[in-house]
Design a protein around this ligand. Structure first.
Ligand SMILES: Cc1cc2nc3c(=O)[nH]c(=O)nc-3n(C[C@H](O)[C@H](O)[C@H](O)COP(=O)(O)OP(=O)(O)OC[C@H]3O[C@@H](n4cnc5c(N)ncnc54)[C@H](O)[C@@H]3O)c2cc1C
Length: 571
């Protein structure tokens, strides 16, 4: 829980922090650099990921911040590669984020959105989400939010590189913000020699920056968080997210454009299909690390065949196929596309799946054109190929810093983005939270300057922490609970969650509340809209209560549902 008192670090937590490479100061003594080598900067941002670049852009855009503050961003990687990124026509990067309207509005407000190549982004007009076991569905449409945001869709899918390149191009226009790339922060310590106790940031080119305000935008393994001795809590999900760029045929003349996102919750994790262009979409498939490794070791056609199956086949058959792939991988002879296609053909027959139906993925008839069946948009288009070289996977985890601002020996340090919080991508919110942090921090720094405050002081940073910590925590817990709720195959839980989702699908007012976050077109409205996410998270608890009420009628079954759900909700 957030607290204004100094953070207590447990002995184990402290040990972990001290083991962090960025915290471990090299043997070289402090006297090996002269104090004249130290460069003073008002703001030092560590990390040139999307969050750090957005903060630098926000500082560069504001005349007050730009003219009053010296700002340096440090990035270990090669930002020139991103700035000159020029993908071949029809090629898309495999790292894609769904940006909410609030994130887009903020990027527009700071003048960066104009530098993002709009033609490479894709509006999400519909979202279909369903339970892999029970098939209970909830469908969202942009029309649900038109009343509050007439010109907006639900979100916009944007390649991370497109966003970062736009931010870098924007920064080129505001040269007052200094960007140091291919420069690593080696360690951070505190100036004890008359520098006011400010953080000293030691770079791998021997330079040392003394920061009035040190911003950690340095991702999950944040060196700034380690320096500030801010513990974090969390857990690995023991899941890998497979990402890839998908190629498929265009939607037929009788179907809508490719602006529908799909997500099916399988017991091993959700699989998402995110539209990018008429014949390209992006995959985020979270599954077990062993299956991810086995799938990525196969011929790419096996992965595309399994993606089609994952959106269509009953879970019992998917489990069987996954086991086949795992066994073949363990035997050192990965399954071939022909073998897996034959298995699926047989399974489709066994499930009485009509070869002409949209639920058939390997039969030739399913590729035929003409007037599509009524349920043609219930599942994504058939993936025909994966963009070569686009397959990768990332471990997934939940992590939240116990505070966003350093205290005592960590004063003048503040965290944003993944350095502060990491969540499961099932709701596509990680970067959106990071951009909301950026909006809030830049506003708080501006307010501190206007009132003549010290921008690195605890007083100046406290409003940032107060505003963002609870907002982030609410959404993070909701997403974590949804993940847990959908990871179980327990029949009573599947039954209860399916009733819940079907009821919610029918309740326009509840759906509208959930859409508030997506629909909000400003940070302020998004803050109000976090009520929608609270609602999503609370749905789990509500289900527990509802299931308990049903228990009054259904006796033992209801009690079992209630206790399992309550257990899930309290975890
Ligand atoms: C599969 C997947 C799908 C996702 N989909 C979505 C989505 O749809 N919507 C959404 O909002 N979010 C999504 N996310 C989350 C989103 O990708 C992250 O939240 C976001 O990229 C984090 O950005 P960041 O700038 O905070 O951190 P990072 O991108 O991790 O950037 C940190 C930077 O700090 C630099 N750095 C670290 N240490 C040092 C050092 N010592 N010296 C110098 N530089 C250093 C690193 O090089 C790096 O560039 C997804 C995540 C995953 C894994």
């Amino acid at each position: 829980m957030w607290s204004t008192t100094s953070t207590k670090v447990s002995p184990v937590g402290l040990l972990n922090i001290l083991k962090h490479p960025a915290f471990a100061r090299p043997k070289r003594s402090l006297t090996s650099y002269a104090s004249s080598d130290i460069v003073d900067r008002d703001v030092v941002i560590v990390g040139g990921g999307p969050a750090g670049l957005a903060l630098a852009s926000a500082f560069g855009h504001s005349p007050l911040l730009r003219n009053k503050l010296t700002v340096t961003l440090i990035e270990g990687g090669d930002l020139d590669k991103i700035k000159t990124w020029k993908p071949a026509p029809g090629h898309f990067s495999n790292r894609v984020s769904s940006l909410t309207n609030a994130s887009q509005s903020f990027l527009q407000d700071i003048g960066s959105w104009d530098f993002v190549e709009a033609e490479r982004t894709c509006e999400v007009e519909q979202l279909h989400v369903w339970d892999g076991i029970s098939d209970a569905r909830i469908d969202f449409s942009s029309s649900d939010i038109r009343s509050q945001s007439p010109n907006h869709s639900m979100a916009r899918l944007t390649e991370n590189f497109n966003l970062q390149r736009g931010l870098l191009r924007h920064l080129d226009e505001v040269p007052k913000v200094q960007v140091l790339q291919r420069t690593k922060v080696i360690y951070i310590d505190r100036d004890t020699e008359g520098g006011g106790g400010w953080p000293l940031v030691h770079l791998d080119d021997q330079k040392v920056l003394r920061a009035r305000l040190l911003v950690g935008a340095d991702g999950f393994n944040s060196p700034v968080r380690a320096f500030a001795r801010i513990p974090s809590f969390g857990w690995p999900y023991d899941k890998q997210a497979i990402v890839a760029t998908l190629l498929h045929s265009p939607r037929g003349a009788y179907e809508g454009p490719n602006t529908t996102a799909y997500q099916r919750f399988l017991p091993t994790g959700p699989i998402a299909f995110l539209p990018l262009a008429p014949t390209n979409s992006s995959l985020v498939w979270s599954t077990t690390p062993s299956l991810a490794a086995a799938l990525l070791a196969c011929h790419p056609s096996v992965l595309s065949i399994m993606i089609n199956a994952a959106f269509r086949l009953p879970v019992v058959s998917l489990k069987h196929l996954h086991q086949k792939i795992l066994d073949a991988h363990a035997n050192g002879s990965p399954i071939s596309p022909e073998q897996i296609r034959e298995e699926i053909r047989w399974r489709e027959q066994a499930h009485n799946i009509d070869p002409r139906s949209v639920y058939s993925s390997v039969s030739v008839e399913s590729a035929s054109h003409g007037i599509p069946p009524a349920d043609s948009e219930d599942v994504p288009p058939i993936v025909t190929e994966l963009q070569p070289g686009s397959m990768a996977s990332f471990p997934l985890r939940f992590n939240h810093a116990e505070s966003y601002i350093g205290e005592e020996s960590g004063t003048r340090a503040v965290l944003i983005g993944d350095a502060a919080h990491t969540i499961h991508p099932l709701a596509g919110q990680g970067l959106n939270l990071g951009l909301a942090d950026v909006e809030c921090l830049s506003r708080c720094v501006e307010e501190s300057l206007i009132t003549g405050g010290d921008i690195g002081s605890y007083t100046a940073l406290l409003p940032y922490s107060q505003e963002r910590y609870f907002a982030n925590h609410t959404l993070m817990s909701a997403v974590d609970k949804l993940h847990k709720l959908y990871s179980t195959e327990s029949q009573p839980v599947v039954w209860a969650r399916s009733i819940g989702i079907e009821v919610m699908n029918e309740l326009d007012s509840v759906k509208a509340a959930m859409m508030m976050t997506a629909g909000a077109n400003s940070a302020k409205k998004a803050r109000a809209g976090s009520a929608g996410w609270t609602l999503a998270g609370n749905t789990v608890q509500t289900l527990a209560t509802a299931a308990h009420a049903v228990g009054a009628i259904k006796g033992a079954v209801g009690d079992a549902v209630g206790s399992v759900l309550k257990n899930l909700a309290s975890r």
